[in-house]
Ligand binder design. Structure first.
Ligand code: 6R9
Length: 650
């Protein structure tokens, strides 16, 4: 592999940084030596109606029980809104940037307070009580954040379902948590195209009824004014309802361990799991990570491009930033509409200081060409972040050099829906960077690498990534199925939280996530991260994106099958195929030599941008009769092309 370049912390990154390397070392040591003392102190970063006296009460063995700050009383919406009003009532809380570049608005903390209180009163008026589950199926509009915060204000538990999910998926989630109240919009708008959210909701409710869950109320935000079905008595307009109630609503006093939200996430088996997060520990953890990971300072404009339908949207668009009194930007659109300059234009328009996005977006925009970036200024940027999948060094360097003009640190943040917040990450003023490494653990996080037999790997090495002790932001259970929680996360390696990810630790103690362990392939007895081969392919200047899977190989055990998307304007040829094979051999070594390379004009991705390797594996195995569920794909049509041009035809 080519030598890893270290990007040292620059003096200007350190100058006003909240945490320098010395502080990181000191705090980290304290956080693992005396977690009780450490979190007793940092738990105070949020306001409590009744202070906690107990801090950590957690066990990763037996029945597994996770409790933090358990005798404290607090409220999430109070912490995200009310406590800021005196100092920053007129400060912008949310900048909303519409799908259409001429559509935007700003909402102050005072306004946020009124919107959330009114909506909370609407929920109460319709009989929603503490502990009830409310499903939120919304486009990226401020009302989505109001809805989440209104639930937390009265102690209802929200389940946000990504607006790109089908009626079937929505129904499954409604039924699983027996949610009888749904908040949606007439239509969403993305890249100029309407998305029929209300119609999908109607279909989902009909499906849910077969699962014996009857939705009684649907609250509908008018977003586009498009035509939708309407069920009298069940459906009500948001604007009518909020106008009919008082603009003030007292926040409910919640126990730290009261449920805050459920978020469904796919695992390697079975139906999506309802990951349950609770109140106090979650808010402490996401506000703390938001502040230190992004080196957030008062007055910064912060933009995370995720959708609120994913955990990144929960923790780092809504809860973390608002708990810190930040100005958070919410973007309704897509990276390439009206053009591939959109992200960079929005950064200039709103003078964004901190920008957080996904590697898949970075690679796509890199493929579109530098000119789209270079015509913008991006002078306001101070920190760049990535999340969601391993970032290949090539894309990392492009992000650093072209987007950040070599002036801005990149935080590659590793975490999961289950972890609630960021666990492994650089801190901008403290951590020397290596392109492609999530670097070091955040305070209180104790990663451990174990081999397949559970033996702990010390020092530099490769293994399955586990976390050995609890942190305040972690999930508490799988909703309605605690046994599944214990089985999925704590039984593979007894007494440890198993992440499902593979990981390498280098000689400097830096962590390199290699991808899900089910994506690791074994070629002639050599273990190899598919991400490693992908990274090598993408480092070729004609390649924009690559996905690599294993397939059964008579001699080697597994062969390496590569799907490759070329940069705009490049032509596929047999010579290029040969060139790519020798390029990978050169980058990694002969053992990584691709057996098959297929030109792929598009890759099958979930709507959150994750490549669905299960499908690619099946096609590589020439077993596409059993592709399984492809309904969550952003563009199911790419699959037909991949099948037609597969390289392993029997
Ligand atoms: C936050 C989020 C979690 C899985 C995780 C891992 C991958 C996320 C990553 C990363 C390498 C990073 N992942 N961040 N891999 N580097 N910085 O994405 O949650 O949707 O639950 O996905 O995503 O494989 O296990 P979620």
């Amino acid at each position: 592999m080519s030598e890893v370049k270290i990007h040292r912390v620059k003096p200007e990154w350190k100058k006003n940084a909240l945490i320098d390397n010395e502080t990181y070392q000191k705090w980290y040591a304290e956080s693992v030596r005396s977690p009780d003392k450490f979190w007793a102190k940092h738990g105070k970063r949020i306001d409590w109606f009744k202070p906690y006296t107990k801090v950590k009460n957690t066990s990763f063995t037996g029945k597994v029980s996770i409790k933090w700050f358990e005798d404290g009383l607090t409220n999430v919406s109070y912490n995200c809104i009310d406590r800021h009003l005196k100092k920053r009532g007129n400060q912008t809380a949310i900048i909303w940037e519409g799908d259409n570049p001429y559509d935007d608005k700003k909402i102050t903390y005072n306004e946020l307070h009124e919107h959330v209180c009114r909506l909370a009163n609407v929920l109460k008026k319709h009989g929603v009580r503490k502990g009830d589950r409310v499903t939120i199926y919304m486009p990226m509009i401020p009302e989505a954040a109001y809805a989440m915060l209104a639930c937390t204000r009265i102690g209802a538990v929200h389940s946000v379902v990504f607006g790109g999910f089908s009626p079937d998926s929505l129904a499954g989630r409604i039924v699983d948590c027996k949610s009888t109240f749904v908040i949606t919009a007439d239509e969403g708008l993305r890249g100029g195209k309407p998305i029929p959210l209300k119609d999908n909701t109607d279909k989902a409710i009909a499906i849910a009824a077969k699962g014996k869950v009857k939705v009684d109320k649907v609250l509908v935000v008018r977003r586009t004014g498009g035509k939708t079905g309407w069920v009298e008595g069940r459906d009500v307009w948001y604007h009518d309802e909020v106008a009919s109630v008082k603009p003030d609503c007292k926040p409910e006093k919640m126990k730290a361990e009261d449920p805050l939200f459920i978020l469904y996430t796919s695992g390697s088996t079975g139906k999506p799991k309802g990951v349950l997060h609770t109140t106090g520990g979650y808010l402490v953890y996401v506000s703390m990570t938001h502040q230190y990971v992004f080196d957030y300072h008062d007055g910064d404009i912060y933009w995370c491009t995720a959708d609120v339908g994913w955990v990144t949207g929960h923790s780092y668009i809504v809860y973390g930033p608002l708990a810190n009194g930040a100005t958070t930007l919410m973007f309704e659109g897509v990276p390439n509409y009206p053009s591939a300059s959109r992200f960079w234009e929005v950064i200039d328009k709103h003078k964004v200081n901190i920008f957080y996005t996904a590697p898949t977006a970075i690679r796509a925009l890199m493929g579109a060409g530098d000119s789209h970036v270079k015509k913008t200024s991006r002078k306001s940027l101070r920190v760049l972040g990535t999340v969601g999948e391993p970032i290949n060094p090539e894309a990392w360097e492009w992000y650093f050099q072209v987007v950040g003009d070599k002036k801005v640190p990149i935080v590659d943040t590793w975490w999961q829906t289950e972890t609630g917040g960021i666990l492994i990450t650089p801190l901008p003023g403290a951590t020397d960077l290596k392109a492609g490494s999530a670097t070091r653990p955040f305070f209180g996080v104790q990663p451990e690498l174990v081999d397949n037999d559970g033996k702990v790997i010390e020092g530099a090495g490769d293994g399955n990534l586990c976390i050995t002790d609890a942190w305040p932001g972690m999930m508490r259970t799988v909703y309605g199925d605690h046994d599944r929680f214990v089985k999925t996360y704590f039984s593979t390696y007894k007494g440890k939280y198993f992440t499902g990810d593979g990981c390498r630790r280098d000689g400097d103690g830096y962590y390199w996530i290699t991808g899900r362990v089910d994506d690791v392939i074994n070629v002639s007895g050599h273990r190899m991260g598919t991400a490693e081969v992908e990274s090598a392919l993408v480092s070729h200047d004609k390649v924009s994106e690559a996905a690599v899977v294993g397939y059964p190989h008579d001699i080697k055990g597994q062969g390496i099958y590569c799907y490759v998307t070329l940069m705009a304007g490049e032509q596929w040829s047999d010579d290029l195929r040969k060139e790519l094979i020798s390029h990978v051999r050169k980058e990694i070594g002969a053992i990584a030599s691709p057996d098959k390379i297929q030109f792929a004009p598009g890759l099958p991705k979930t709507r959150s941008g994750k490549i669905m390797r299960r499908i690619l594996r099946k096609i590589a195995e020439d077993d596409f009769g059993a592709l399984g569920d492809t309904s969550t794909l952003a563009d199911p049509a790419v699959v037909d092309d991949l099948i037609a041009n597969r390289q392993n035809k029997r």
